[in-house]
Write a protein that binds this ligand. Structure first.
Ligand SMILES: C=C(O[C@H]1C=CC=C(C(=O)O)[C@@H]1O)C(=O)O
Ligand SMILES: [Mg+2]
Length: 466
């Protein structure tokens, strides 16, 4: 059992209350404790009863940073399309001002950390599908479990107003202790039973790929990523906890994420980083160009070789490399990347992969980098603006958070965002899965269709499909 004994919260709470009174606005108190290790999935599960719809889960491919948030102590969100990145940045800064942070550890990902993201295209008319999610949406959790390079930390965030008394702080601490006490209880959840899989407008989708291919050889567009949807029906309500546990097991070398909102859950296992910032160190990833995995080691190696030498895929990949390099050049003093892609192999698919590292200038904040990079031509196309407009026009899909940046940022400005592909939206007894592919002048609609089929597999398997 995990317990947190000593606590400064009550004492500092009085200080925060006075500060709130003086300034006439709520003040954040955040307290960090080092704790014994606990299973992050079990921690996510115990929030189920009291905090469903108010949880998030994040794990990077190397297990270096795992974050699980439960309860919402503050939301930063807007549907205003202008300057949404700067808006979140500004709101977060303002909110942190005058806060009281009790954190003896100088490591990333502990203390006040917000988690969330930005929808793919705020200009695309919203449908019912994503009605529970805003275009920019972040949570500061009440309770955050951070497992950083194997060591567990627990952050309690309390937003206190001038009207809060000792009783209020004691209540939060009781809530925390209750939560930590129940970590060991295991719940028996029903695995999803898939009843129906429906491809949404797949023939129309192939036609739009063909149409875009024709335009690519004549107009200014060089690449457009087109996505499609699978709608699934289940016998019972799908439990995100089980899906998360399976994704974590089946796609362990990916970013594993879940982001709940009012009963819906956006969830997935993405192999693609958008950007990570640790002080002035920047890491990004170019991932585009795909082929299937082989049944045997030899067959797999041959497929990999084929991909590494395939002109269509190399071009599809190079657009991403050029754009990411250019976007980072604006804010980085130094950028290092290999001159040829290597292979990144996931369970169902292999990709062309180019990692990028850089050293950014002082002015470059994480969200500024996210704004510059999103969407890379692995998700949008090239040129960026024209490609996004094309997608808005021809795609019969409300992408919502699919292919969008989702991740975390701490109070020191460090953080990481993944590109949320290989993902789906769970809604009670139904779910939508999304997959897209880079359409270039040499694309063939049937092969692109099959490629998206491979990209549905990780989510389908985790949801009990084949
Ligand atoms: C858009 C997706 O994948 C991107 C990432 C890697 C390879 C891709 C490709 O080869 O087309 C896509 O650009 C998706 O999985 O939905
Ligand atoms: Mg492709």
């Amino acid at each position: 059992m995990v317990t947190i004994q000593e606590t400064e919260i009550i004492e500092k709470g009085r200080l925060a209350k006075n500060r709130a009174e003086e300034l006439g606005r709520p003040i954040l108190i955040s307290e960090v404790h080092q704790i014994q290790n606990m299973n992050p999935l079990s921690f996510f599960n115990i929030g189920k009863e009291l905090y469903q719809g108010e949880r998030f889960f994040w794990k990077d491919p190397n297990d270096e940073i795992i974050l699980v948030g439960i309860g919402i102590s503050k939301q930063l969100q807007t549907n205003d399309v202008s300057d949404r990145f700067a808006y979140v940045e500004q709101e977060w800064k303002t909110f942190l001002k005058d806060s009281i942070v009790i954190n003896p550890f100088s490591i990333e990902g502990v203390g006040p950390v917000i988690f969330g993201g930005f929808s793919f295209d705020p200009m695309k008319p919203k449908t019912q599908l994503w009605s529970k999610y805003m275009d920019s949406m972040f949570y500061l959790p009440k309770f955050l479990l951070s497992i950083i390079k194997g060591q567990a930390y627990f952050t309690t965030n309390i937003v206190c107003s001038q009207y809060d008394d000792d009783f209020f702080f004691q209540k939060m601490l009781d809530e925390r202790n209750e939560l930590l006490r129940s970590v060991q209880s295991s719940n028996s959840l029903l695995p999803p039973i898939l009843l129906e899989t429906k491809e949404i407008m797949s023939e129309e989708w192939k036609k739009s790929v063909e149409k875009v291919v024709k335009e690519l050889s004549t107009g200014p567009l060089k690449k457009v990523v087109l996505a499609r949807e699978l709608r699934l029906k289940f016998e019972n309500k799908v439990e995100p906890e089980i899906v998360l546990e399976r994704l974590n097991r089946q796609q362990h070398e990916s970013f594993i994420f879940a982001f709940e909102s009012e009963g819906d859950c956006f969830i997935g296992a993405s192999p693609e980083r958008l950007v990570k910032k640790n002080e002035n160190e920047i890491f990004s990833t170019c991932l585009a160009g795909s082929i299937s995995r082989g049944e045997t080691e030899e067959a797999d190696r041959i497929l990999g070789e084929q991909l590494l030498n395939d002109q269509k895929n190399l071009i599809e990949h190079q657009f991403v490399v050029d754009m990411i390099k250019e976007a980072l050049e604006e804010s980085c003093e130094e950028i290092i990347l290999p001159d040829r892609p290597s292979l990144l192999k996931n369970r169902d698919i292999q990709h062309l992969y180019t990692p990028v590292i850089g050293k950014c200038t002082k002015e470059a904040s994480l969200l500024l980098l996210v704004e510059r990079l999103h969407p890379t031509p692995a998700l949008g196309g090239l040129p960026k603006k024209e490609a996004v407009e094309k997608i808005r026009k021809v795609e019969n899909l409300d992408r919502g958070f699919y292919a969008a940046p989702l991740g975390w940022m701490d109070y020191k400005g460090n953080g990481e965002f993944a590109v949320c592909i290989r993902s789906g939206l769970i809604q009670g007894k139904e779910a939508s899965l999304f997959a897209g592919c880079g359409v270039v002048a040499d694309s063939d609609s049937e092969s692109e269709y099959l490629e998206t089929g491979l990209k549905f597999r990780p989510m389908l398997r985790a949801l009990g499909g084949n």
